[in-house]
Design a protein around this ligand. Structure first.
Ligand SMILES: N[C@@H](CCC(=O)N[C@@H](CS)C(=O)NCC(=O)O)C(=O)O
Length: 204
């Protein structure tokens, strides 16, 4: 059985979406970040770095295993289930890895800073707001260009590269609006229509 330790953040939803995509049964364990539940001794046994998401698989390789970090969870589950979310073709797979990395490290971190300075910072820092909005919008431009004439980031079917970006775009959809970027908008609607994605965003 899989156990997903989760909260309603971009990284949490990225992992939950992947678990839903596998169709495997799982238990969902909310870890309420606003109540600092991630700092409990019990949770820190799962992740010394006190961050969600963490996946626990009691049928891991060699026995039960804890997997922190959403990128590792996506890869782990794709490999475990031999999923086509990792393309079989070697060249497409390499391309997928580059866009996966862009999503979970480059794009995600910039958008997180945008979100911090616009919505969560107790201090108003206009210079940081402007800097990260410009930076984030530049990346939306890059992604919009990448998706021109394509349904997905790589190849002709959905891959981990799409899930690398989707949770962040969805998290800020009311401010960095996908509809302002026509190719992102079509892609966003396509991913949002997937039954597994809809299940992943059901309220907890
Ligand atoms: N790179 C990690 C980032 C995980 C992360 O930053 N989690 C945040 C919520 S999105 C968290 O749990 N923060 C609580 C804390 O640091 O105490 C991933 O993709 O899973």
């Amino acid at each position: 059985m899989l156990d997903l330790y989760f909260w309603t953040t971009n990284n949490g939803f990225r992992a939950r979406t992947m678990v839903e995509e596998t169709g495997l049964p799982y238990n969902l364990h909310p870890v309420a970040l606003p109540k600092k539940e991630q700092l409990s001794d019990d949770f820190k046994k799962l992740h010394i770095g006190h961050k969600i998401p963490v996946l626990v698989d009691d049928e891991g390789p060699g026995g039960p295993i804890n997997i922190p970090e959403s990128p590792a969870i996506l890869r782990y589950l794709a490999i475990k289930t031999k999923s086509p979310l990792i393309p079989a073709d070697a060249r497409t797979r390499v391309e997928m890895e580059s866009w996966f990395s862009y999503g979970v490290s480059t794009f995600c971190m910039v958008v997180a800073q945008y979100g911090h300075f616009h919505f969560r910072s107790p201090e108003d820092v206009p210079g940081a707001k402007k800097f990260f909005e410009t930076y984030a919008r530049d990346m939306y431009g890059v992604i919009n260009e990448r998706l021109a004439g394509r349904d997905y980031f790589v190849g002709d079917q959905i891959s981990l590269a799409d899930f690398a970006h989707y949770a962040d775009v969805r998290m800020y959809k009311d401010s960095l609006k996908p509809e302002d970027y026509p190719n992102i908008h079509k892609w966003y609607e396509r991913i949002s229509a997937r039954p597994a994605v809809q299940r992943a965003y059901e309220p907890i």
